[in-house]
Write a protein that binds this ligand. Structure first.
Ligand SMILES: C[S@@+](CC[C@H](N)C(=O)[O-])C[C@H]1O[C@@H](n2cnc3c(N)ncnc32)[C@H](O)[C@@H]1O
Length: 338
């Protein structure tokens, strides 16, 4: 099915990353000029070809793209657009106001209620929210007191849902929000952990990420000078070397995945991976949570990815996922021969 194009596009991003997204787009797609900007949403005007949402730009800082129809005046207008495009569903989602942990709960609740009202209204007018893969979906991004911004995209198998988010539960025993980062990194990359796979987790404490890995059947060797949460450490398959990665000389021969969420500069992570690389021949993939400590870390990202390639990690890519704040995922396949 051909996806209708538009002279406008919008991308959802993490609030605070708008400037990184615009800088990235200037390099990737200079034909797309920034138009409107809100926290968590940047729209672009296509100055050459119309925007084709079936081939969205591979921007690190955009977590979802829509061909844009712009702000809507009423629910009726959204329903009319849904009918004209023949979409399967409308996904109404509140625009991110900031990291969920930092937004006042009353503001979050108001934004959710506002979106729910519009969702109900659209549903009453025959536009529901169930969309199978392979169907066009209307994206309706709301914020209290603002006109909803409306666009569309083709939903594909495994892709995130409304608002560029995946739907999953965080167990109450997860000792940190890093649980979310691991779940989303696995969903985004499609990396398949096999039962018993050994994950070397650098910077694992208190253990949200460890919990996500063991829940999926993996074993985890945590390397962190701080102790893991006792309940996580007690899980079958979890062990810890209480040290910095710089102090680790010998790794088990069967490390299958490397995860790194240590609060150390990218150059130090690269140095550790380079030093340990001869022992990582059987590694299938690397999940690295790269901290954007300085503005220059985003600008240096391509160099960091290139360096990872030089060390022997293949097809490195980066993406800022909904669970990230001032950080992002760097994923690479393991060294050649894995
Ligand atoms: C953001 S926390 C990690 C959160 C963790 N991934 C989770 O799932 O809960 C960063 C961790 O990196 C650890 N860290 C800092 N420097 C490190 C190093 N050189 N080697 C290993 N771990 C390090 C810190 O002790 C801290 O526990």
């Amino acid at each position: 099915m051909a996806v209708p194009s538009s002279p406008f596009a919008f991308a959802l991003c993490q609030p605070g990353s708008e400037k990184f997204l615009k800088a990235e787009m200037k390099r990737l797609r200079p034909d797309l000029h920034p138009a409107m900007q809100r926290p968590g949403l940047v729209s672009f005007k296509a100055t050459a070809e119309p925007f084709d949402v079936s081939r969205p730009p591979r921007a690190v800082f955009a977590r979802a793209w829509s061909a844009s129809a712009g702000p809507a005046h009423s629910a009726r207008e959204i329903v009319d657009l849904a009918r004209a495009l023949g979409v399967a569903a409308a996904w109404v989602s509140p625009r991110d106001q900031g990291p969920p942990e930092e937004v006042p709960p009353a503001l979050l609740a108001a934004a959710e209620a506002d979106a729910a009202r519009l969702r109900d209204e659209l549903s009453r007018q025959g536009v529901g929210s169930e969309a199978p893969a392979g169907k066009l979906v209307l994206d309706v991004i709301t914020a209290p007191g603002e006109r909803p911004v409306v666009g569309w995209h083709m939903h594909t198998e495994g892709a995130p849902g409304a608002g560029g988010r995946w739907d999953y539960a965080v167990p109450s025993e997860a000792p940190s929000r890093a649980y979310r980062k691991v779940v989303e990194s696995l969903r985004f990359t499609g990396a398949r952990l096999s039962p018993g796979d050994l994950v070397l987790e650098i910077g694992a404490a208190p253990g949200g990420g460890t919990l996500a890995f063991v829940e999926r059947g993996a074993r985890v060797l945590a390397v962190d000078p701080r102790p893991l949460d006792a309940a996580v450490l007690a899980r079958p398959g979890v062990s810890q070397t209480q040290a910095t990665i710089g102090d680790v000389q010998e790794l088990p021969p069967d490390v299958r995945w490397v995860a790194c969420d240590a609060g150390i500069p990218p150059a130090d992570v690269l140095a550790a991976l380079g030093r340990l690389r001869p022992q990582l021949r059987g590694v299938a993939g690397l999940f690295w949570t790269l901290k954007l400590v300085h503005e220059s870390d985003a600008a240096n990202l391509q160099r960091t990815l290139a360096r990872l390639g030089e060390i022997g990690f293949r097809s490195p890519l980066a993406a800022q996922l909904p669970a990230h704040r001032r950080d992002l995922l760097v994923y690479a396949r393991g060294p050649r021969g894995a």
